[in-house]
Design a protein around this ligand. Structure first.
Ligand code: SF4
Length: 344
């Protein structure tokens, strides 16, 4: 849904009109900066107690924790919770959501790669990206439904939300053209305005703020955990994002070989390339060349990954649920150039 533009011009006035200010934290560098700007506006407006933080977890697709020389470096989910604390949000106002489904009467995690294997298509295809909306935006939206129901009696009208994202203009043309405020939902129960407080903050400024304040950031950004050189991945979200840049994918192939082998298996069985420009099999081969980036660390996958691996294998034994246009060679193939909050 479009909105009258410009929607708001003053962050403090905007914050003052919100019943809930929801800061989306992926565990990446940008969400914390956007959250800090949003929190500052909320404090000035006297509504800091209306700020919540949310992490939409992608489970074993996210960068996990690693332990190197006895030092444990947190996962993206753990870092999102730390970032929430740094913003001054109490733990009871930080929520983590993750997709699940019922299997044989039991609620079990449902992972993005299992969904991709079942469907037989990667999220870069088609008009609506099949990962960000259902796996992130909708999960956070649903998490606030009980509050919407409970508070509507008090507010006597729709609950006014700010949905704070870390997207920045410098990341891509699509993001440069994005409005700082955009109405995404408007119904009798809730009004949601997306807010990009860090839209004009450059990457250099994000890192300057992070380093000057000695804020914790994810190990995946460094050449090895603790290096503090930001010569690792340029982004921190799904380790194997179909929209990631070439170097990041090479690093992932060396840092998470079991994950990338699993992606290669999905593309081989489903006969749809992982990425519009290159296959995962090619990425793995290139990552083994002497001129590929040094991984610095290799992730030891945990139980959650092993469960996903099992689910993916089971899914691949069944026919795909979706007739991929990349497989059949029919229709229009669209390549999204911008990914999630922390990925493009
Ligand atoms: S990081 Fe990439 S693959 Fe993961 S949800 Fe975002 S756009 Fe999709």
């Amino acid at each position: 849904m479009s909105n009258p533009s410009p929607l708001y011009v003053d962050p403090v006035e905007f914050a003052a009109t919100r019943h809930r200010i929801v800061v989306n934290l992926s565990g990446g560098k940008d969400g914390l900066v956007a959250g800090a700007i949003a929190m500052e506006a909320a404090r000035k407006a006297g509504v800091a107690d209306r700020v919540w933080t949310a992490h939409a977890s992608l489970g074993p697709m996210e960068w996990p924790s690693v332990t190197v020389d006895g030092v444990r470096w947190p996962s993206a989910s753990e870092l999102a919770a730390q970032h929430s604390q740094i913003l001054g949000v109490p733990p009871e106002r930080h929520i983590e959501v993750r997709r699940s489904r019922e299997v044989d009467g039991e609620r079990v995690p449902f992972d993005l790669l299992t969904f991709i294997a079942e469907r037989g298509d990667w999220p870069w295809l088609g008009r609506a990206r099949t990962c960000t909306g259902p796996w992130k935006t909708r999960m956070v939206y649903q998490a606030f439904t009980p509050q919407v129901r409970a508070l509507r009696r008090e507010t006597g009208g729709p609950l006014m939300f700010a949905n704070v994202l870390g997207m920045r203009a410098e990341e891509s043309t699509e993001r440069r053209n994005r409005q700082v405020w955009r109405r995404t939902t408007d119904n009798s129960a809730r009004v949601v305005d997306e807010w990009l407080p860090a839209h004009q903050v450059t990457t250099a400024e994000v890192w300057a703020r992070t380093m000057n304040a000695d804020l914790p950031y994810h190990w995946c950004y460094d050449s090895y955990p603790g290096a503090k050189d930001r010569r690792g991945s340029s982004r921190c979200s799904c380790s194997a994002c179909t929209l990631a840049n070439h170097r990041d994918l090479l690093l992932t192939a060396r840092r998470r070989p079991r994950l990338t082998e699993l992606c290669a298996l999905v593309e081989r069985v489903r006969q749809v390339p992982f990425n519009p420009n290159i296959t995962m099999a090619e990425i793995i081969a290139l990552s083994r060349r002497h001129d590929a980036p040094d991984p610095g660390v290799v992730v030891e996958e945990g139980e959650d990954f092993v469960r996903m691996e099992r689910d993916v294998h089971a899914a691949l034994r069944r026919p795909p649920l979706w007739e991929s246009k990349a497989r059949t060679g029919t229709g229009e193939l669209l390549h999204h150039t911008a990914g999630c909050d922390s990925c493009s």
